[in-house]
Design a protein around this ligand. Sequence first.
Ligand code: ZN
Length: 123
Amino acid sequence: MPYCPQCREEYRTEATKCAECDVALVSELPKQAEPKWVQVFAGSFADATIVRSSLEAAGIEAFVPKDSVFPDAGIDMETSYGVEVLVSEEDAAEARKILQGMDRVESEEVPPGEGPQAKEGQA
Ligand SMILES: [Zn+2]
């Protein structure tokens, strides 16, 4: 059965070109047409949940594989590590940027009296 590699339409006729896309049909869809998932985070279930919701809030589709969350052994969700957060390859760069931003927020603990707020108070 021929398929259009662009819109993935399946053709039942003897067409050789997709009527929509004007591209030659192929007998099988290429495997790389499926989204490629890239791991951008691995850690505790709690952290993975935060990462995932942060990415989704930024409009990035994030995916936590069920295998890594609920392994057969039934690891405690709060303490288990190795929970992965995956995004599509296209979004990986953007996702890593967001994650870097999150790390910065966590590590930027300004001592009291030395932050920008203290300076504003003096003015
Ligand atoms: Zn098409």
